[in-house]
Design a protein around this ligand. Structure first.
Ligand SMILES: [Zn+2]
Length: 298
């Protein structure tokens, strides 16, 4: 799920929605302040229109410890200035640990995924966010103290022809960069981590605790209950070259060897429960090349 979010993989997103239950998701969306979507699998990709303000409020929940945020109109400004930004009395929509895990994943979207153009864009500031592409382009992103949504599209809903990262993200980084330069308190080096979260390095492929032999590893934030209990055994037979396999520093020879090894391992069907679940959704291609999304649950 983390990898799907980071790389905007729609098929996995729909599959997660089917496993979670469409009614449950529709209800939760409304608790976030979004319009309640119809219960179709495509709701996971965004079938119901929302305004940038609604999306900003919804994403603010993740950085507000899981509590609902109601946008307020500023009708006038007077002295002394009111400095409170979040209303702590709002209802709890999701637990603080769930909110933090989402932020941790959305931070990976910026660090290594579809939003990576924003990585390091605001000096010394942690950024989490999500791109969105349809006929228009979206970027929703936040620092520990500021949420900003940028929508770029045509009034007549005609095709923009740009992704969210191409269309909306540049405006987002411009604005947030200037905002934080002007008022540094809107930035923040790290997102506040609630109690009950632990950081574990996993193998990106199996989702299990990484070993030194695992070629792709990532540090993730999880609760005790969701943390993997076993070490990865897909790459256990690989010789440890002694160095760290950082994604961008592997030599191509190492990569080829690792990929071959990995293909063998996956044929031996050591597949974790999560990956097995993902297999229930697939894309079938017929003789004419038409692609159809197929899920065993339907
Ligand atoms: Zn591994």
């Amino acid at each position: 799920m983390r990898n799907a979010l980071v790389n905007s993989l729609n098929i996995v997103t729909v599959d997660v929605a089917m496993h979670t239950g469409l009614a449950r998701i529709a209800n939760l969306a409304s608790h976030f302040g979004l319009p309640k979507p119809e219960r179709y699998p495509s709701l996971a990709l965004g079938t119901t229109e929302a305004t940038p303000l609604q999306l900003a409020a919804a994403y603010a929940v993740f950085v507000n410890g899981g509590r609902r945020v109601e946008p307020k109109v500023i009708a006038s400004v007077s002295e002394p200035a009111v400095t409170s930004t979040f209303n702590r009395e709002q209802p709890q929509v999701i637990s603080p640990t769930t909110a933090y895990m989402i932020t941790n994943m959305l931070k990976a979207v910026v660090d290594q995924g579809t939003g990576r153009a924003a990585r390091g864009a605001v000096n010394g500031t942690a950024i989490a966010g999500k791109t969105g592409t349809s006929r228009d382009g979206w970027f929703v992103g936040y620092t520990p103290n500021l949420v900003c949504v940028v929508w770029i599209g045509c009034d007549d809903n005609s095709q923009l022809g740009l992704t969210g990262a191409e269309a909306a993200l540049p405006a987002w980084t411009d604005f947030v960069n200037d905002a934080v330069a002007l008022r540094p308190e809107l930035g923040g080096r790290t997102f506040e981590c609630p109690e009950g979260i632990k950081f574990i390095e996993i193998d990106s492929e199996s989702g299990l605790i990484s070993t030194l032999s695992c070629p792709n590893r990532q540090l993730i934030a999880v609760t005790e209950r969701l943390a993997p209990n076993f070490e990865c055994y897909n790459h256990g037979n690989l010789p440890d070259s002694g160095g760290h396999h950082e994604e961008d520093t592997d030599s191509s020879v190492d990569r080829a060897a690792v990929a071959a090894q990995r293909r063998t391992a996956s044929r031996e069907s050591f597949v974790s429960m999560e990956l097995r679940n993902l297999k229930s959704t697939r894309v079938d291609v017929d003789a004419r090349g038409k692609r159809t999304l197929v899920n065993d649950m339907r």
